[in-house]
Ligand binder design. Structure first.
Ligand code: HEC
Length: 302
């Protein structure tokens, strides 16, 4: 939760009021409407144009966009629509689907919907992305002209509903392809990083994380940490964070799904930009090694 607040504290951009989602906030020319038929019947054919668009997409930008698509680092045109930036949780994929992609069956089982927070989806996007081809995923996100969804509506300017937004009205195709590539290739199945146990039920269930780092190598993780995370005064050798009393260890152990995303995709707006990994994806083994090293409460105390 704390990390989520950290993400959100960055998103309060000023901006020119832009009337109507259809009139602004596109990141490129709109492509043809999705051909996913009606009411959830998917297209199954991947055209050459689809494949070409997918191949040139950037899954690391897609990862950033999964968390916060409306920031400049994702190439989203600025200023972003204030309907979005004033109510970010109703538009961020991660707020409805979880940073671990597991929806109500993941870390977000603990969430509780509120005026500023939507319901969490029951869909598992890990298995969805594995079971569907790139065009099907694209159409599920850009469902203009296809799958039936209810429109987002205001409720007294304090709350929006929990329906999946029609991103065909918000994003250009390029950004949607980036997100498709993220879901297909760059998201990490958190089963590789830790064991998740849940109890109770959404909303307000309990999630616990054990066996953090699982198959990782702590020695390699520490070597990597010392070489990459302590430079320029960012963190000290035991995991201090300059801007807070929290530590690398306390955050990673309490919120491992948020932590993996921060480490791999960076935290735009802070020094934690992690630029190299926006050019080349961090391998899962590096994350596993880091997780293993940082699971050690002596080496990385709270
Ligand atoms: C406000 C909540 C909300 C947000 C934000 C949201 N979704 Fe969803 N999403 C849902 C719900 C609810 C469903 C399941 C029901 C449905 O199809 O509407 C869903 C379904 C899906 C599906 C499966 C489609 C299907 O019909 O089987 C995919 C893929 C998906 N979302 C991806 C995304 C991506 C990618 C983003 C961000 C660009 C996103 N969602 C943002 C709520 C949300």
């Amino acid at each position: 939760m704390k990390a989520k607040k950290r993400f959100l504290s960055l998103v309060l951009f000023g901006g020119i009021i832009c009337i109507g989602l259809t009139q602004c906030a596109k990141d490129g020319a709109e492509g043809p409407a999705g051909t996913n038929g009606t009411n959830g019947v998917d297209a199954s054919v991947v055209s050459t144009a689809d494949q070409t668009a997918y191949n040139s997409a950037n899954g690391l930008k897609g990862g950033l966009a999964y968390n916060e698509f409306f920031i400049p680092q994702t190439d989203f045109p600025q200023p972003a629509d204030t309907l979005i930036t004033n109510h970010p949780d109703f538009f961020r994929c991660a707020s409805c689907h979880g940073m671990d992609l597991l929806g109500v069956n993941g870390a977000a089982i603990t969430n509780v919907p509120a005026a500023t927070t939507p319901n969490v989806s029951s869909i598992n996007l890990n298995t969805y992305a594995a079971a569907h081809n790139i065009k099907q995923i694209f159409d599920a996100v850009k469902h203009t002209g296809g799958r039936l969804r209810q429109a987002i509506t205001y409720n007294s300017l304090t709350s929006l509903n929990s329906n999946m937004p029609d991103y065909g009205l918000i994003m250009g195709d390029g950004m949607i392809w980036n997100i498709v590539k993220y879901l297909k290739e760059n998201a990490v199945n958190t089963d590789k990083l830790y064991d998740l146990t849940t109890s109770g039920a959404y909303p307000g269930g309990v999630a616990s994380f054990t066996n953090i780092g699982k198959d990782g190598n702590a020695i390699k993780g520490k070597v990597y940490y010392n070489a990459n995370c302590t430079t320029a005064g960012c963190h000290n050798s035991t995991g201090s964070i300059p801007s807070t009393v929290e530590t690398v260890g306390s955050i990673l152990r309490a919120e491992p799904a948020n932590a993996y995303h921060l480490i791999k995709f960076g935290f735009p707006g802070t020094a934690m930009i992690n630029l190299p990994y926006q050019l080349t994806a961090m391998p899962d083994t590096t994350l596993q090694n880091l997780f293993k090293a940082i699971s050690d409460t002596t080496a990385f105390p709270n």
